[in-house]
Design a protein around this ligand. Structure first.
Ligand SMILES: [Zn+2]
Length: 64
């Protein structure tokens, strides 16, 4: 039911990353799946690839 409405109307994203503004971590309010945005601003599924990517971004900025 939840995922069907997402298929028809699309996900309803809101940003749940409150720790920093280095990247977005999006959650769908309807199906509670997690997403992020790639380098082009497109919404992509939050996979382990992106989680690793976010960690290295954080590390990079913490060094400064
Ligand atoms: Zn959804």
């Amino acid at each position: 039911m939840k995922s069907i409405s997402c298929k028809i109307f699309g996900h309803e994203y809101h940003n749940i990353n409150e720790t920093n503004s280095l990247y977005k971590e999006l959650e769908c309010e309807k199906c509670h799946k997690h997403f992020t945005t790639d380098g082009y601003g497109r919404v992509v599924k939050l996979t382990s690839f992106w989680k690793d990517n976010h960690l290295s971004i954080e590390k990079y900025f913490q060094k400064v």
